[in-house]
Structure formats: C-alpha cells, structure tokens
Design a protein around this ligand. Structure first.
Ligand SMILES: Cc1ncc(COP(=O)(O)O)c(C=O)c1O
Length: 626
C-alpha cells in the first residue's frame, strides 16, 4: 500500500465483496469454476450490454483473446493509437501481426477517422479503438469506417467503464469490448478483465482461446493453441459485489471530477480537452493537461506534489518512443505533447469533497509557485523541457544559443529544409544559456508543433563548450552536426556537410577558408596568423581558424576524450580536431559562405583579435597533453 496521504487510487471494497469472497473460501470454490463467474458475466451484460460477456484475468488478455476471435493472423495490420497504455498494443505483437500506430487528435488525445484513413492499406484487418482516460473516442464514425472497409473493431474500454456515446455504453459498439478490472479501475477484481462480445459466436470463440483452446465437450482435446485467460471465482465474487453498486461508484467519480473542474476552470493553467456532443465521460483518473503556454515542467510538478503527500502519475509515453516498440518509427507531436504535459491526480470514491479541494488547490499553488519563479528569473525558463522526438533521428543538430533572436528562426527553418532535401530524419537540439532577448520565446512560438525541435535550458553563462557537450549527451542521431550560431555560419551548407560526413569522420566548415568570403580584412589576417600558429604549435593542418560548424559521426565522438569541453569559446573545436588527428580520423574541411542577412559580431579591433587568437593558440598548446 502507499504512504501518501492522497494515493492516486484506492479501491473501495464493500461488505458484499467480503461476504462473497468468504463464501468462496468457505466452500473451496476458489479456482476458475463456481457460481460467481457466471453471475458476474450475466450481471455485466445486463448492466453494460447489450452483448455476451466472458470474464478473463486481465484487460490485456481480453485484447489478446479478442484479436484471436476476430481472426487476426501473422502479417495482418492492426491500427492502434500511439498514445495509449502498452497493454493495448502488446497483444498485436504476440500474434505476429503488425501494429500501425496512429497519432492522436490534438484536442481529444484519442484517434479519429480522418487519421485512420491515412494509414489504411490492403493489409489492414482491424482497429483497436481505445477510449483513453475515461474519454470515448469517436467510436460511431470508427465503426462506420470499419464496416466500409471490412475491418474488425475491438474497443479497448479498459479505462472507460461507464462512459457513454449517444446514451450507449462504450464497449458495445465494436465486435468486442475489452475492460480491465485492475486495482485502480472504475470496477476492480484485483486483477481481471472482461470481453463484451457482439454475438454468441465471438463469445464462444473467446471462451475456447481463454481455456487453453480446449473444447468444452472433450476434456484435454485442444482444438487451437490457446491461453489461460480464466478469471477465478474469488475475483468474480469481488466483481459481482462491485457491480451491485457500480452506479454509485461512477456517480461519486463524476462528482469528484466536477469538484476538480470547479477549481481548475478558474485558472488558465490547463488545456481544454474537447468532449464531443452526446458523449459522457467517466472519471477514471482525473487527467488535467498543462497548457504549453504556461511553460511548466510537469515532472517538477509531480515532485512538488510529493511534498504535499499527493501521489500522481505522468501520462503514458507514446508507444513509438519506447525501444521495445519503436521499430515502426513515427513522428507524433500530439502524443509527445500529451505525454509530457499530462498528469493523473488522485481519483477514488472515498475522497471527501474537502480532500478533492485540498488536492486541487495544492496543484494550483504548486503551479503558481513554479510559474512565478520562472517568470521572475528569466522568460527563457518558460520553455517545455524533455520533449523528445518519437523516433530515432539520423542527424542530431546541436545549436548552442545565447541571444540569437535575430538569426535563430531563419537558421532553424533552413536547417529543416536542408535535412528534408537530403531525406534524413533529424532532431534540432537547442541548448540555450538563458538568453534574455527572447531567443527561446521565438523558437517556441514558431516551432512549437515541430516535435523535431526541442530544448534544453543550461545554467546561465555555462559557456559554449559545455553547452555543446550537453547537446552531445542528449543527441540520439548517428551524425552530430554542431553549429556555432554566434558565428552565423551559413545553414544552407548543413545538408552538404552531413552528406560529406558519410565519407569522412569529421567534416568542418568555416566562412574563413579559401573559397569562403569574409567581411573584414583584419579578421582574415588575424585568422591566417592564428592558423599558422596552430600548425606550428600543434601540428594541426587546418586551413581555417574559426570553424564552429562541424559534423561528426557519433561512434567517433564517443572515442574521443571529452575534455575538449573544458575549452572556452571556439577552442573546443580545435581541441576536438587535435584529438581527432591523434586518432587518425579522416577530416574534411569545407568552405562556408558568409550570409549577409545575418548579423555579425566581428567588430573587434585588429590588435585585440590578434591577442585573443595568440592566447587561444598558446592555451591549446599547453593544455594539449595527449
Ligand atoms: C488503455 C488500456 N488498455 C489495456 C490495459 C490492460 O489492462 P490490464 O492491466 O488489466 O491488463 C490497460 C490497463 O490499465 C489500459 O489502461
């Protein structure tokens, strides 16, 4: 059990549940035969039907059995939401069928027909329509679409017992409705589930697979390869006790929802989730979603609420983000959003009105505190953190930023075009040193729906090299492209540089190389001297001297001593090159042209620049010990 004052869930076990279970114990009907199984199944159909009920031992196995019963075979495609609990998807893998992950709608977190249309192929055989977090999906339209294309519909109503569409319970629209009776569900049997079947034939089929594939008229004769999906008499006894007062259990959950809503609707913190007309949700778990504009850190909110002894849960991860499921890559910003902004709050019938108010107010206070803290320090802190793309990118572009408002949006747009032009999956990781010129605000405004663009806010003035190192640690791509945005290297070169890196270990680019252009002769002259010094002191045969734009294979960067990160502005690159030379990596330098529409900061005096370069060269010489 939990040590929280307010756990996220707490089953309410009534008197009849105990009486019925004790009767099972007293009469020794404790296994998967006995009167309660039939009574529970019948009661379930009468309450939540129409349909024929088959009791099983989990919500997940209900889906396994439903897929078997509708005839899914290896290689068939089954559409399933990308944003759901893994139990909706794992049964598809067990049958060696192919899950086709469907992104959710932006405003409901469920899937709809418009999205299904895009993913339909001749191999599609079924849809698993999930009613997530107590909210019915657009099930009538989905069933209509399925009929038109001869597809089976399995409703995953694990979290939505009691929710209705047009006055009819979810789970009764498709071929089979699957329910879970896990401890935190609207009705619980500890562990358990139910298949609510459209007709007797489907129910018979599910019973066959549930009971080891054994025919009911010939013991130990296994007609098909089945499962043991049976519910015990004791579980059914608890289920029956719960079923007898299910109306009041659902009603109390809805009252709790109204209480939470009463507090939350007075704030601007939460995203509005659309509930279609004629739809009645059930409050399985109170599930507010933070608005992006709040710029709050959901994970921090979860931690803060622990201090108030309030247990919560983060929303599910998108299925495509988890390594076990990621082989069908998907770029799905909506799932990423819900997953990183949603939180489940304590929801169980024993909560009093004042308990709910206390929890809701704690949530709001914690948000306000985080919000105020963020806006006092710097606007940059309002950024969403930990947004990861839902696929493994091939190229990770790292952009360290500090006050880049003038250039950053055009750089990102160009980089995106470049990656598309060379057909590479990519992510853009912005590592911001808490800019004060709204750099990050601009990025957020312009690219907030792009899951390929994500942020990390560094400590103030952490230094370019450390920022880059942070980016490297976060990068998931095989190629790591680093662009020093301060020097305004032309982002149009990104595609070429990545392409060259297919043939070299490191490819660098600078606007000061032969073939590139430059603005000030003094800077060019200083660069030349610096370059000569590097050749003499370190034996580095570089042609340029301000390269802050390079691409390196991840497998190679991992072989290098990471102490190049301790070098300051600009020097990290030469340190990196020096180490790469030592390891005999293949290196290519590419000229980068200067973009006149970008701002420049090369206005230092000749002597000052020369002094800086000399200092740099000497520092590199004396710190380069290996
Ligand atoms: C959407 C969804 N589907 C399936 C399941 C699987 O149910 P069970 O845990 O009973 O196996 C769950 C469980 O919480 C769920 O939330």
């Amino acid at each position: 059990m939990t040590s929280f004052r307010y756990p996220v869930a707490n089953p309410q076990i009534g008197k009849n549940e105990s009486t019925y279970v004790n009767e099972c114990l007293d009469t020794h009907w404790i296994s998967s035969s006995g009167k309660y199984i039939g009574a529970f199944e019948e009661g379930f159909s009468n309450t939540f039907g129409p349909g024929v009920s088959v009791a099983v031992n989990s919500g997940t196995i209900a889906i396994d059995l439903a897929l078997e019963a509708v005839g899914i075979s290896p290689g068939d495609e089954v559409m399933v939401p990308n944003f759901t609990f893994a139990g909706s998807v794992s049964p598809i893998y067990r049958l060696q069928a192919i899950p086709v992950l469907i992104p959710p709608c932006e405003d409901t977190w469920n899937i709809d027909v418009e999205l299904l249309k895009k993913y339909l192929t001749p191999k599609t055989k079924a849809i698993i329509a999930v009613h997530l977090y107590g909210h019915p999906c657009d099930i009538k339209a989905i069933v209509k679409f399925a009929k038109e294309h001869n597809l089976a519909v399995i409703e995953d109503a694990a979290e939505s017992l009691g929710a209705k569409v047009d006055g009819r319970y979810v789970g009764t629209f498709g071929d089979v409705g699957c329910f879970s009776f896990f401890g935190n569900k609207v009705l619980t049997t500890g562990e358990g589930g139910m298949c609510l079947c459209k007709n007797q034939q489907l129910a018979d089929n599910i019973r066959l697979y549930r009971d080891h594939g054994m025919t009911s008229d010939q013991r130990y004769w296994h007609k098909v390869i089945g499962y043991n999906g049976r519910m015990t008499n004791m579980q059914a006894a608890v289920g029956l006790g719960q079923l007898e007062r299910i109306e009041s259990l659902i009603e109390r959950r809805m009252e709790i929802h109204a209480l939470y809503n009463n507090v939350f609707s007075k704030t601007e913190f939460f995203k509005k989730i659309t509930i279609p007309e004629n739809t009645q949700i059930v409050n399985w778990l109170e599930s507010p979603v933070l608005k992006d504009s709040c710029g709050l850190d959901r994970n921090k909110l979860i931690q803060d609420l622990v201090e108030d002894s309030i247990e919560t849960r983060p929303f599910f991860y998108p299925i495509s983000q988890m390594p076990a499921y990621s082989r069908f890559g998907l770029n799905d910003a909506n799932s990423d959003y819900f997953s990183s902004h949603g939180i489940n709050l304590p929801t169980y019938t024993q909560l009093s009105d004042s308990d709910v108010n206390t929890i809701a107010e704690s949530v709001c206070k914690r948000i306000e505190k985080q919000f105020n803290k963020g806006s006092k320090e710097t606007k940059a802190l309002e950024l969403p953190k930990n947004i990861a793309p839902s696929y493994t990118p091939v190229v990770s572009i790292i952009l360290p930023t500090f006050n880049e408002a003038d250039n950053i949006c055009s750089i990102i747009s160009t980089l995106r075009e470049e990656m598309v032009s060379i057909s590479k999956d990519y992510e853009i990781i912005i590592i911001d040193e808490q800019s004060i010129d709204n750099t990050v605000g601009l990025i957020r405004e312009n690219f907030k729906h792009d899951a390929n663009v994500h942020f990390h806010i560094q400590e103030k003035r952490c230094g370019l090299a450390k920022a880059i190192h942070e980016g490297i640690l976060k990068a998931k791509g095989e190629y790591i492209l680093i662009m020093d945005t301060d020097y305004n290297h032309d982002p149009h070169m990104a595609g070429k540089i990545v392409k060259f890196t297919e043939h070299f270990d490191i490819v660098s680019g600078s606007r000061f190389t032969t073939g590139g252009s430059m603005e000030k002769t003094s800077v060019w002259f200083c660069s030349l001297i610096y370059n000569l010094m590097l050749r003499m002191l370190l034996g580095l045969k570089t042609q340029d001297n301000l390269a802050g734009y390079f691409c390196i294979k991840k497998e190679k960067i991992q072989l290098l001593n990471s102490d190049f990160i301790f070098y300051g502005h600009g020097d990290y690159f030469f340190r990196l090159l020096y180490l790469a030379h030592k390891k005999n990596f293949s290196i290519l330098e590419v000229p980068i042209s200067y973009k006149t529409n970008l701002s420049t900061n090369t206005s230092k005096s000749f002597l000052w620049t020369l002094l800086c370069y000399t200092k740099r060269a000497l520092k590199l010489k004396f710190l380069s010990t290996d």
